[in-house]
Write a protein that binds this ligand. Structure first.
Ligand SMILES: [Zn+2]
Length: 480
Protein backbone atom coordinates (compact mmCIF):
# COMPACT_ATOMS: atom_id res chain seq x y z
CA UNK A 1 0.00 0.00 0.00
CA UNK A 2 1.34 3.35 -1.03
CA UNK A 3 1.33 6.02 1.67
CA UNK A 4 -0.44 9.31 1.08
CA UNK A 5 -1.53 12.44 2.88
CA UNK A 6 -4.94 13.99 2.97
CA UNK A 7 -6.23 17.34 4.18
CA UNK A 8 -8.66 16.63 7.00
CA UNK A 9 -11.28 19.36 7.52
CA UNK A 10 -11.87 18.43 11.17
CA UNK A 11 -8.27 18.85 12.35
CA UNK A 12 -7.66 21.51 9.66
CA UNK A 13 -4.37 19.86 8.79
CA UNK A 14 -2.80 17.62 6.22
CA UNK A 15 -2.33 14.22 7.76
CA UNK A 16 -0.78 10.93 6.76
CA UNK A 17 -3.51 8.43 5.99
CA UNK A 18 -3.77 5.29 8.12
CA UNK A 19 -6.75 3.00 7.56
CA UNK A 20 -8.58 1.48 10.54
CA UNK A 21 -8.48 -2.05 9.08
CA UNK A 22 -5.78 -2.11 6.39
CA UNK A 23 -5.92 -2.77 3.51
CA UNK A 24 -9.64 -2.04 3.68
CA UNK A 25 -10.86 1.55 3.40
CA UNK A 26 -14.43 2.66 4.08
CA UNK A 27 -15.28 5.64 1.88
CA UNK A 28 -18.60 7.42 2.17
CA UNK A 29 -19.68 10.34 0.00
CA UNK A 30 -22.95 12.24 0.36
CA UNK A 31 -24.89 11.47 -2.77
CA UNK A 32 -27.64 13.10 -4.72
CA UNK A 33 -31.11 14.17 -3.65
CA UNK A 34 -32.59 13.34 -7.04
CA UNK A 35 -35.49 15.78 -7.24
CA UNK A 36 -34.10 17.18 -10.51
CA UNK A 37 -31.39 16.12 -12.98
CA UNK A 38 -27.83 16.37 -11.64
CA UNK A 39 -26.11 19.64 -12.57
CA UNK A 40 -22.59 20.41 -13.71
CA UNK A 41 -21.57 21.32 -10.14
CA UNK A 42 -22.45 17.82 -8.88
CA UNK A 43 -20.17 16.44 -11.56
CA UNK A 44 -17.16 18.14 -9.99
CA UNK A 45 -17.71 16.48 -6.62
CA UNK A 46 -18.42 13.01 -7.95
CA UNK A 47 -15.60 13.00 -10.50
CA UNK A 48 -13.15 14.07 -7.82
CA UNK A 49 -14.13 11.30 -5.39
CA UNK A 50 -14.08 8.87 -8.30
CA UNK A 51 -10.40 9.78 -8.67
CA UNK A 52 -9.83 9.27 -4.92
CA UNK A 53 -11.31 5.77 -5.13
CA UNK A 54 -9.39 4.93 -8.32
CA UNK A 55 -6.10 6.10 -6.82
CA UNK A 56 -6.59 4.19 -3.57
CA UNK A 57 -7.37 1.00 -5.46
CA UNK A 58 -4.30 1.46 -7.65
CA UNK A 59 -2.22 1.89 -4.50
CA UNK A 60 -3.36 -1.42 -3.03
CA UNK A 61 -6.22 -0.40 -0.74
CA UNK A 62 -9.46 -2.35 -0.85
CA UNK A 63 -11.98 0.45 -1.01
CA UNK A 64 -15.64 -0.01 -0.17
CA UNK A 65 -17.23 3.14 -1.59
CA UNK A 66 -20.77 3.94 -0.47
CA UNK A 67 -22.77 6.85 -1.86
CA UNK A 68 -26.25 7.38 -0.45
CA UNK A 69 -29.36 8.39 -2.35
CA UNK A 70 -31.73 10.70 -0.47
CA UNK A 71 -34.83 9.46 -2.23
CA UNK A 72 -37.30 11.20 0.07
CA UNK A 73 -37.13 14.70 1.55
CA UNK A 74 -38.99 18.03 1.55
CA UNK A 75 -37.71 19.00 -1.92
CA UNK A 76 -38.77 15.69 -3.46
CA UNK A 77 -42.19 15.99 -1.88
CA UNK A 78 -42.59 19.60 -3.08
CA UNK A 79 -41.36 18.85 -6.62
CA UNK A 80 -43.42 15.66 -6.82
CA UNK A 81 -46.47 17.69 -5.85
CA UNK A 82 -45.77 20.29 -8.57
CA UNK A 83 -45.25 17.65 -11.23
CA UNK A 84 -48.01 15.34 -10.03
CA UNK A 85 -45.56 12.48 -9.44
CA UNK A 86 -45.05 10.30 -6.40
CA UNK A 87 -41.85 11.65 -4.78
CA UNK A 88 -40.26 8.19 -4.60
CA UNK A 89 -40.96 7.70 -8.31
CA UNK A 90 -39.44 11.09 -9.09
CA UNK A 91 -36.32 10.07 -7.17
CA UNK A 92 -36.13 6.78 -9.08
CA UNK A 93 -36.34 8.62 -12.39
CA UNK A 94 -33.64 11.18 -11.66
CA UNK A 95 -31.39 8.65 -9.99
CA UNK A 96 -31.44 6.52 -13.15
CA UNK A 97 -30.59 9.61 -15.18
CA UNK A 98 -27.77 10.36 -12.74
CA UNK A 99 -26.36 6.83 -13.08
CA UNK A 100 -26.41 7.18 -16.85
CA UNK A 101 -24.55 10.52 -16.59
CA UNK A 102 -21.97 8.94 -14.29
CA UNK A 103 -21.51 6.11 -16.77
CA UNK A 104 -20.94 8.62 -19.57
CA UNK A 105 -18.34 10.36 -17.42
CA UNK A 106 -16.60 7.09 -16.63
CA UNK A 107 -17.52 7.15 -12.92
CA UNK A 108 -17.78 3.47 -12.03
CA UNK A 109 -16.02 3.40 -8.69
CA UNK A 110 -19.03 3.41 -6.35
CA UNK A 111 -19.73 -0.03 -4.84
CA UNK A 112 -23.13 0.63 -3.39
CA UNK A 113 -25.86 3.28 -3.68
CA UNK A 114 -28.16 2.75 -0.68
CA UNK A 115 -31.59 4.41 -0.79
CA UNK A 116 -32.71 6.21 2.36
CA UNK A 117 -36.11 4.56 2.42
CA UNK A 118 -34.50 1.11 2.44
CA UNK A 119 -32.91 1.95 5.82
CA UNK A 120 -35.97 2.97 7.83
CA UNK A 121 -35.47 0.17 10.42
CA UNK A 122 -31.87 1.31 11.03
CA UNK A 123 -33.02 4.93 11.23
CA UNK A 124 -35.76 4.11 13.75
CA UNK A 125 -33.27 2.18 15.85
CA UNK A 126 -30.77 5.06 15.90
CA UNK A 127 -33.50 7.54 16.85
CA UNK A 128 -34.60 5.22 19.68
CA UNK A 129 -31.04 4.96 21.01
CA UNK A 130 -30.62 8.76 20.91
CA UNK A 131 -33.85 9.14 22.89
CA UNK A 132 -32.74 6.48 25.41
CA UNK A 133 -29.40 8.21 25.89
CA UNK A 134 -30.99 11.60 26.44
CA UNK A 135 -29.74 13.30 23.24
CA UNK A 136 -33.19 13.64 21.69
CA UNK A 137 -36.75 14.50 22.62
CA UNK A 138 -40.22 13.90 21.24
CA UNK A 139 -42.21 17.01 20.33
CA UNK A 140 -45.96 17.36 20.81
CA UNK A 141 -46.74 16.45 17.18
CA UNK A 142 -44.71 13.20 17.31
CA UNK A 143 -41.59 14.59 15.61
CA UNK A 144 -38.26 13.72 17.25
CA UNK A 145 -35.51 16.35 17.58
CA UNK A 146 -31.83 16.14 18.41
CA UNK A 147 -30.98 18.41 21.34
CA UNK A 148 -27.78 20.06 20.18
CA UNK A 149 -26.91 21.47 23.64
CA UNK A 150 -26.45 17.90 24.91
CA UNK A 151 -23.53 17.16 22.55
CA UNK A 152 -20.34 18.88 23.67
CA UNK A 153 -18.52 18.57 20.33
CA UNK A 154 -21.18 20.30 18.26
CA UNK A 155 -19.61 22.97 16.03
CA UNK A 156 -16.09 21.55 16.01
CA UNK A 157 -16.08 20.56 12.32
CA UNK A 158 -17.53 23.83 11.04
CA UNK A 159 -15.77 25.98 13.63
CA UNK A 160 -19.08 27.48 14.72
CA UNK A 161 -20.06 28.13 18.31
CA UNK A 162 -23.53 27.05 19.30
CA UNK A 163 -24.13 30.37 21.06
CA UNK A 164 -23.18 32.24 17.89
CA UNK A 165 -25.48 30.03 15.86
CA UNK A 166 -28.28 30.73 18.26
CA UNK A 167 -27.71 34.48 18.31
CA UNK A 168 -27.40 34.65 14.55
CA UNK A 169 -30.17 32.22 13.79
CA UNK A 170 -32.69 33.90 11.60
CA UNK A 171 -34.89 30.86 11.69
CA UNK A 172 -38.53 31.32 12.41
CA UNK A 173 -39.46 30.23 15.90
CA UNK A 174 -40.60 26.65 15.85
CA UNK A 175 -42.59 25.91 19.00
CA UNK A 176 -41.79 22.21 18.71
CA UNK A 177 -38.07 22.82 19.32
CA UNK A 178 -36.42 23.45 22.66
CA UNK A 179 -33.75 25.51 20.92
CA UNK A 180 -33.50 26.91 17.36
CA UNK A 181 -30.38 24.90 16.46
CA UNK A 182 -32.01 21.56 17.32
CA UNK A 183 -32.59 19.48 14.21
CA UNK A 184 -35.17 16.94 13.25
CA UNK A 185 -34.45 13.20 13.37
CA UNK A 186 -37.96 11.99 12.62
CA UNK A 187 -40.67 14.10 11.02
CA UNK A 188 -44.27 13.54 12.02
CA UNK A 189 -46.34 12.63 8.97
CA UNK A 190 -48.28 15.20 6.99
CA UNK A 191 -51.33 13.68 5.29
CA UNK A 192 -50.63 12.59 1.72
CA UNK A 193 -46.89 12.14 2.19
CA UNK A 194 -45.11 8.78 2.30
CA UNK A 195 -44.79 7.71 5.95
CA UNK A 196 -43.77 4.80 8.15
CA UNK A 197 -45.06 3.60 11.51
CA UNK A 198 -42.89 4.42 14.50
CA UNK A 199 -43.16 4.34 18.31
CA UNK A 200 -43.85 8.11 18.09
CA UNK A 201 -46.54 7.86 15.44
CA UNK A 202 -46.37 7.80 11.64
CA UNK A 203 -43.57 9.85 10.10
CA UNK A 204 -40.51 9.88 7.89
CA UNK A 205 -36.74 10.25 8.42
CA UNK A 206 -35.02 13.61 8.78
CA UNK A 207 -32.18 14.23 6.34
CA UNK A 208 -29.07 13.90 8.54
CA UNK A 209 -30.08 10.65 10.24
CA UNK A 210 -30.15 8.62 7.03
CA UNK A 211 -26.39 9.02 6.57
CA UNK A 212 -25.41 7.77 10.00
CA UNK A 213 -28.01 4.99 10.07
CA UNK A 214 -26.51 3.74 6.81
CA UNK A 215 -22.85 4.20 7.66
CA UNK A 216 -23.08 2.52 11.08
CA UNK A 217 -24.73 -0.40 9.32
CA UNK A 218 -22.51 -0.52 6.22
CA UNK A 219 -19.14 0.85 7.39
CA UNK A 220 -19.23 0.43 11.16
CA UNK A 221 -19.28 2.82 14.15
CA UNK A 222 -16.09 4.40 12.88
CA UNK A 223 -14.76 4.55 9.35
CA UNK A 224 -11.94 6.05 7.31
CA UNK A 225 -13.02 8.69 4.82
CA UNK A 226 -16.07 10.90 4.43
CA UNK A 227 -16.29 13.12 1.38
CA UNK A 228 -18.66 15.74 0.01
CA UNK A 229 -18.72 19.30 -1.22
CA UNK A 230 -17.91 22.00 1.30
CA UNK A 231 -21.47 23.33 1.49
CA UNK A 232 -22.53 20.22 3.40
CA UNK A 233 -20.26 20.84 6.39
CA UNK A 234 -22.89 22.78 8.24
CA UNK A 235 -25.28 21.65 9.47
CA UNK A 236 -25.28 18.28 7.71
CA UNK A 237 -21.90 16.84 8.67
CA UNK A 238 -21.96 18.48 12.07
CA UNK A 239 -25.25 16.66 12.65
CA UNK A 240 -23.79 13.37 11.43
CA UNK A 241 -21.02 13.54 14.01
CA UNK A 242 -23.45 14.46 16.80
CA UNK A 243 -25.84 11.65 15.93
CA UNK A 244 -23.39 8.83 15.42
CA UNK A 245 -20.99 9.60 18.26
CA UNK A 246 -23.87 10.05 20.71
CA UNK A 247 -25.60 6.88 19.52
CA UNK A 248 -22.57 4.57 19.46
CA UNK A 249 -20.51 6.15 22.22
CA UNK A 250 -17.50 5.83 19.93
CA UNK A 251 -15.44 8.60 18.38
CA UNK A 252 -14.38 9.83 15.98
CA UNK A 253 -17.09 8.76 13.55
CA UNK A 254 -14.79 9.58 10.64
CA UNK A 255 -10.98 9.61 10.62
CA UNK A 256 -10.56 11.98 7.65
CA UNK A 257 -13.11 14.49 6.40
CA UNK A 258 -12.52 15.54 2.80
CA UNK A 259 -14.41 18.54 1.43
CA UNK A 260 -14.32 19.60 -2.19
CA UNK A 261 -14.83 23.20 -3.32
CA UNK A 262 -17.90 24.39 -5.13
CA UNK A 263 -18.31 25.00 -8.82
CA UNK A 264 -19.18 28.65 -9.25
CA UNK A 265 -21.11 29.96 -12.19
CA UNK A 266 -19.34 33.13 -13.20
CA UNK A 267 -18.31 33.55 -9.54
CA UNK A 268 -21.78 32.95 -8.13
CA UNK A 269 -22.98 29.79 -6.51
CA UNK A 270 -24.87 27.60 -8.93
CA UNK A 271 -28.34 27.06 -7.62
CA UNK A 272 -31.78 26.32 -8.87
CA UNK A 273 -33.11 29.48 -7.24
CA UNK A 274 -30.68 31.69 -9.22
CA UNK A 275 -31.72 29.97 -12.43
CA UNK A 276 -28.10 29.50 -13.55
CA UNK A 277 -28.07 25.71 -13.52
CA UNK A 278 -26.61 23.69 -16.37
CA UNK A 279 -27.48 20.03 -16.22
CA UNK A 280 -24.69 17.50 -16.14
CA UNK A 281 -25.95 15.84 -19.31
CA UNK A 282 -25.94 19.17 -21.16
CA UNK A 283 -22.37 19.72 -20.02
CA UNK A 284 -21.28 16.23 -21.14
CA UNK A 285 -23.03 16.79 -24.49
CA UNK A 286 -21.23 20.05 -25.17
CA UNK A 287 -17.79 19.34 -23.64
CA UNK A 288 -17.45 15.61 -24.16
CA UNK A 289 -16.57 13.48 -21.13
CA UNK A 290 -12.80 13.87 -21.43
CA UNK A 291 -12.65 17.69 -21.61
CA UNK A 292 -15.19 17.95 -18.79
CA UNK A 293 -13.15 15.67 -16.51
CA UNK A 294 -10.03 17.63 -17.40
CA UNK A 295 -11.79 20.88 -16.50
CA UNK A 296 -12.87 19.51 -13.10
CA UNK A 297 -9.50 17.99 -12.25
CA UNK A 298 -7.22 20.75 -13.52
CA UNK A 299 -7.78 22.70 -10.30
CA UNK A 300 -7.00 22.35 -6.61
CA UNK A 301 -9.98 20.30 -5.40
CA UNK A 302 -10.57 22.23 -2.19
CA UNK A 303 -10.89 25.65 -3.78
CA UNK A 304 -13.76 27.09 -5.78
CA UNK A 305 -13.74 26.52 -9.53
CA UNK A 306 -15.28 29.06 -11.84
CA UNK A 307 -17.46 27.92 -14.70
CA UNK A 308 -17.62 30.79 -17.11
CA UNK A 309 -20.41 30.31 -19.63
CA UNK A 310 -18.54 31.84 -22.58
CA UNK A 311 -14.98 30.76 -21.93
CA UNK A 312 -14.92 27.45 -20.06
CA UNK A 313 -16.14 25.22 -22.85
CA UNK A 314 -13.72 26.51 -25.48
CA UNK A 315 -10.77 26.45 -23.07
CA UNK A 316 -11.46 22.93 -21.86
CA UNK A 317 -11.79 21.51 -25.35
CA UNK A 318 -8.68 23.28 -26.54
CA UNK A 319 -6.67 22.09 -23.51
CA UNK A 320 -7.89 18.54 -23.90
CA UNK A 321 -7.05 18.44 -27.58
CA UNK A 322 -3.56 19.74 -26.81
CA UNK A 323 -3.05 17.22 -24.00
CA UNK A 324 -4.34 14.28 -26.03
CA UNK A 325 -2.21 14.79 -29.15
CA UNK A 326 0.37 12.21 -28.09
CA UNK A 327 -1.92 9.45 -26.91
CA UNK A 328 -4.26 9.85 -29.86
CA UNK A 329 -1.43 9.37 -32.30
CA UNK A 330 -0.17 6.33 -30.38
CA UNK A 331 -3.63 4.79 -30.10
CA UNK A 332 -4.32 5.39 -33.78
CA UNK A 333 -1.17 3.47 -34.68
CA UNK A 334 -1.94 0.65 -32.23
CA UNK A 335 -5.50 0.43 -33.47
CA UNK A 336 -4.45 0.37 -37.11
CA UNK A 337 -1.61 -2.17 -36.81
CA UNK A 338 -2.32 -3.98 -33.55
CA UNK A 339 -0.13 -4.19 -30.41
CA UNK A 340 2.34 -6.50 -32.17
CA UNK A 341 3.20 -3.98 -34.86
CA UNK A 342 6.90 -4.28 -35.82
CA UNK A 343 9.28 -1.35 -35.62
CA UNK A 344 12.24 0.17 -33.86
CA UNK A 345 12.50 0.71 -30.14
CA UNK A 346 12.05 4.31 -28.97
CA UNK A 347 15.16 6.08 -27.60
CA UNK A 348 16.13 4.52 -24.30
CA UNK A 349 16.11 7.82 -22.42
CA UNK A 350 12.58 8.56 -23.57
CA UNK A 351 11.24 5.14 -22.52
CA UNK A 352 12.98 5.46 -19.15
CA UNK A 353 11.49 8.93 -18.62
CA UNK A 354 8.03 7.51 -19.28
CA UNK A 355 8.54 4.94 -16.51
CA UNK A 356 9.86 7.54 -14.11
CA UNK A 357 7.01 9.86 -14.90
CA UNK A 358 4.46 7.21 -13.88
CA UNK A 359 6.14 7.01 -10.48
CA UNK A 360 6.14 10.80 -10.23
CA UNK A 361 2.47 10.96 -11.11
CA UNK A 362 1.61 8.55 -8.30
CA UNK A 363 3.78 10.51 -5.87
CA UNK A 364 2.13 13.77 -6.93
CA UNK A 365 -1.29 12.38 -6.17
CA UNK A 366 -0.16 11.13 -2.75
CA UNK A 367 0.13 14.80 -1.79
CA UNK A 368 -3.54 15.34 -0.96
CA UNK A 369 -4.69 14.30 -4.44
CA UNK A 370 -2.94 17.04 -6.33
CA UNK A 371 -4.63 16.39 -9.66
CA UNK A 372 -3.67 19.83 -10.97
CA UNK A 373 0.04 19.10 -10.63
CA UNK A 374 -0.43 15.63 -12.16
CA UNK A 375 -2.10 17.22 -15.17
CA UNK A 376 0.76 19.73 -15.46
CA UNK A 377 3.17 16.77 -15.61
CA UNK A 378 1.05 15.15 -18.31
CA UNK A 379 1.14 18.35 -20.38
CA UNK A 380 4.91 18.24 -20.02
CA UNK A 381 4.94 14.68 -21.30
CA UNK A 382 2.82 15.58 -24.30
CA UNK A 383 5.34 18.31 -25.15
CA UNK A 384 8.09 15.66 -25.05
CA UNK A 385 6.09 13.26 -27.22
CA UNK A 386 5.25 16.06 -29.66
CA UNK A 387 8.97 16.42 -30.39
CA UNK A 388 8.92 12.76 -31.52
CA UNK A 389 5.55 12.82 -33.25
CA UNK A 390 6.90 12.11 -36.70
CA UNK A 391 9.03 9.20 -35.38
CA UNK A 392 6.14 7.43 -33.59
CA UNK A 393 5.25 5.78 -36.91
CA UNK A 394 8.58 3.93 -36.85
CA UNK A 395 8.27 2.46 -33.31
CA UNK A 396 7.12 -1.04 -32.42
CA UNK A 397 3.85 -1.74 -30.64
CA UNK A 398 5.69 -2.56 -27.42
CA UNK A 399 7.74 0.60 -27.75
CA UNK A 400 4.63 2.72 -28.27
CA UNK A 401 3.08 1.17 -25.15
CA UNK A 402 6.14 2.18 -23.16
CA UNK A 403 5.69 5.78 -24.26
CA UNK A 404 1.95 5.59 -23.56
CA UNK A 405 2.50 4.58 -19.90
CA UNK A 406 1.88 8.07 -18.43
CA UNK A 407 -1.33 8.33 -20.45
CA UNK A 408 -2.43 4.86 -19.35
CA UNK A 409 -1.87 6.06 -15.78
CA UNK A 410 -4.09 9.06 -16.50
CA UNK A 411 -6.76 6.77 -17.91
CA UNK A 412 -6.66 4.47 -14.88
CA UNK A 413 -6.54 7.16 -12.18
CA UNK A 414 -7.94 10.38 -13.68
CA UNK A 415 -10.33 8.70 -16.11
CA UNK A 416 -8.98 10.65 -19.10
CA UNK A 417 -8.50 9.36 -22.66
CA UNK A 418 -10.96 6.46 -22.52
CA UNK A 419 -12.16 6.24 -26.09
CA UNK A 420 -15.45 4.45 -26.13
CA UNK A 421 -17.79 6.33 -23.82
CA UNK A 422 -19.92 9.43 -23.92
CA UNK A 423 -23.11 8.46 -25.70
CA UNK A 424 -26.37 8.84 -23.82
CA UNK A 425 -27.78 5.68 -25.33
CA UNK A 426 -24.84 3.46 -24.41
CA UNK A 427 -24.91 4.75 -20.85
CA UNK A 428 -28.41 3.42 -20.34
CA UNK A 429 -27.34 0.09 -21.74
CA UNK A 430 -24.80 -0.25 -18.95
CA UNK A 431 -27.28 0.15 -16.11
CA UNK A 432 -29.81 -2.38 -17.31
CA UNK A 433 -30.44 -4.21 -14.00
CA UNK A 434 -31.05 -0.94 -12.11
CA UNK A 435 -33.33 0.32 -14.88
CA UNK A 436 -35.30 -2.96 -14.89
CA UNK A 437 -35.77 -2.72 -11.11
CA UNK A 438 -36.99 0.90 -11.41
CA UNK A 439 -39.40 -0.14 -14.15
CA UNK A 440 -40.72 -2.99 -11.97
CA UNK A 441 -41.36 -0.48 -9.16
CA UNK A 442 -43.18 1.84 -11.58
CA UNK A 443 -45.39 -1.01 -12.77
CA UNK A 444 -46.06 -2.14 -9.22
CA UNK A 445 -47.53 1.25 -8.40
CA UNK A 446 -49.50 1.32 -11.65
CA UNK A 447 -47.37 4.02 -13.30
CA UNK A 448 -47.27 2.48 -16.77
CA UNK A 449 -46.26 5.71 -18.49
CA UNK A 450 -43.03 5.80 -16.46
CA UNK A 451 -42.49 2.06 -17.03
CA UNK A 452 -42.81 2.62 -20.79
CA UNK A 453 -40.46 5.61 -20.65
CA UNK A 454 -37.76 3.42 -19.07
CA UNK A 455 -38.35 0.67 -21.64
CA UNK A 456 -38.00 3.23 -24.46
CA UNK A 457 -34.77 4.66 -23.01
CA UNK A 458 -33.37 1.14 -22.89
CA UNK A 459 -34.47 0.45 -26.44
CA UNK A 460 -32.58 3.53 -27.61
CA UNK A 461 -29.55 2.11 -25.80
CA UNK A 462 -29.94 -1.12 -27.74
CA UNK A 463 -31.56 -3.19 -25.01
CA UNK A 464 -34.84 -4.98 -25.60
CA UNK A 465 -36.88 -6.15 -22.60
CA UNK A 466 -38.97 -9.29 -22.56
CA UNK A 467 -41.47 -9.65 -19.73
CA UNK A 468 -41.90 -13.23 -18.62
CA UNK A 469 -43.80 -14.81 -15.77
CA UNK A 470 -42.45 -13.05 -12.68
CA UNK A 471 -39.30 -11.62 -14.21
CA UNK A 472 -37.95 -9.50 -17.03
CA UNK A 473 -35.20 -10.69 -19.32
CA UNK A 474 -33.24 -8.53 -21.69
CA UNK A 475 -31.16 -8.85 -24.82
CA UNK A 476 -28.87 -6.53 -26.69
CA UNK A 477 -30.22 -5.56 -30.11
CA UNK A 478 -27.94 -2.68 -31.08
CA UNK A 479 -29.17 0.79 -30.29
CA UNK A 480 -29.54 4.16 -31.90
ZN1 LIG B 1 -25.16 13.23 3.48
Amino acid sequence: MRRFTVYDSLSRSTREFAPIHPPRVGLYVCGLTPYAPAHVGHGRTFVFFDVVARALRRWGYRVFYVQNVTNLDDKLIARGGEEGIDPLALADRHFLGYLASMERLGVRSVNYYPFATDYVPEILEQVRVLLDRGFAYVAADGSVYYEVAKFAGYGRLSGQKVEALRAGARVEVDPRKRSPEDFVLWKAATPGEPSWESPWGPGRPGWHIEDTAMTVRLLGDRYDLHGAAVDLIFPHHEAEIAQAEAATGRAPLVNYWMHGGLLLFDREKMSKSLGNVISLDEAIDSFGPGPLRLFYLNAQYRGPLDFHPDRTLAEAREAYARLAVGIERIDDLLERDGPERPGAEPPEALARDAQELVERLDRTLTDDFNTREAIALLFGWTRRIAEHLSQLETYSGAGLEELAAPYRWAEEVLGLFARERGSRAGAWGSIVPVAIAARARARARGDYAEADRIRDELRRAGVELEDGAGDTRWKAVGGA
